[in-house]
Design a protein around this ligand. Structure first.
Ligand code: KIV
Length: 269
């Protein structure tokens, strides 16, 4: 057992909330049992992000992800990482009003072992979040650059560039906290604004492209491990050159097959 595994602490929403101003939280996405199992001991939270619709299913945006697909991947993640605190992204269209949101959240809770759901939106979604939290659903909010708004906003836009945007983001964060969310993702927001948002609420903020002053960070696994190599967003730090390693390994395999070098005597029955 590694030292980090010995330090591993199974999280719950109380511990997540209590970590504010004490220690930074680490969140990573996972979409399957294999990688979830590898990440589990190092992450406070694993997010089954609807980003899987892009990085896993090859679509151009997250909008066509559906609930069945998210439930399938969440079950895989929960199976691979039984001790992890797992959050499932509610896909586009599954929380368009409070009754639809509750019906779909209950479906998620009854069909998976997910610990919480995440929904995108600010003040406009506060009454939906309140309805969910009052019905015992643990909710993580998500403000700033919200991938599910890509078509309605005409692209992925960094937020917090004007005073008006800054004020709206702070209002959004406060509304989400008052609605009972236990944590808040802040994506694609100017660092100084993300800092002010984090200081203005008492639940932890988890940043992605939001600078260092949020209460934690989240990265999409295929970005941070370099498996997605078409382009690197500015905010991503690559901890592995996954794409090159995989390509080199698979080309060695092909060469071995072509030379008749694989399998050898030790690798046959
Ligand atoms: O879908 C996702 O992976 C996300 C993260 C980028 C926060 O929402």
């Amino acid at each position: 057992m590694s030292i980090i595994k010995q330090n591993f602490e199974k999280m719950n929403i109380t511990k997540i909330k209590q970590s504010k101003n004490k220690r930074k939280l680490t969140m990573i996405t996972a979409y399957d049992a294999l990688f979830a199992n590898l990440f589990e001991e190092f992450a406070d939270m694993i997010l089954v992000g609807d980003s899987l619709n892009m990085s896993f299913a090859g679509h151009d945006d997250t909008l066509s992800a559906n609930l069945e697909q998210m439930i399938y991947h969440t079950n895989a993640v929960c199976n691979g990482a039984k001790d992890a605190f797992v959050i499932i992204d509610m896909p586009f269209g599954t929380y368009s009003d409070k009754n639809i949101a509750l019906k779909n959240a209950i479906k998620v809770y009854t069909k998976t072992n997910a610990n919480a759901i995440k929904i995108e939106g600010g003040e406009d979604k506060a009454c939906i979040i309140e309805h969910l939290t009052k019905n015992s659903i643990a909710v993580m909010g998500h403000i700033g650059l919200m991938p599910q708004y890509v078509r309605s906003e005409g692209g992925y836009k960094v937020k917090g560039k004007t005073k008006q945007e800054e004020e709206q983001l702070i209002k959004d964060a406060k509304a989400i906290e008052s609605a009972g969310a236990f944590a808040l993702v802040i994506e694609g927001v100017k660092s100084e604004v993300a800092k002010k948002i984090s200081q203005s609420i008492s639940i932890p903020t988890i940043g992605i492209g939001a600078g260092k002053d949020t209460d934690g960070q989240v990265l999409v696994w295929s970005d941070m491990l370099g498996f997605f190599d078409k382009f690197k967003p500015k905010f991503v730090r690559r901890y592995l050159d996954g794409a090159s390693l995989v390509k080199s390994a698979v080309s060695q395999y092909r060469d071995d097959v072509q030379r008749g070098d694989f399998p050898n005597e030790d690798e046959e029955y």
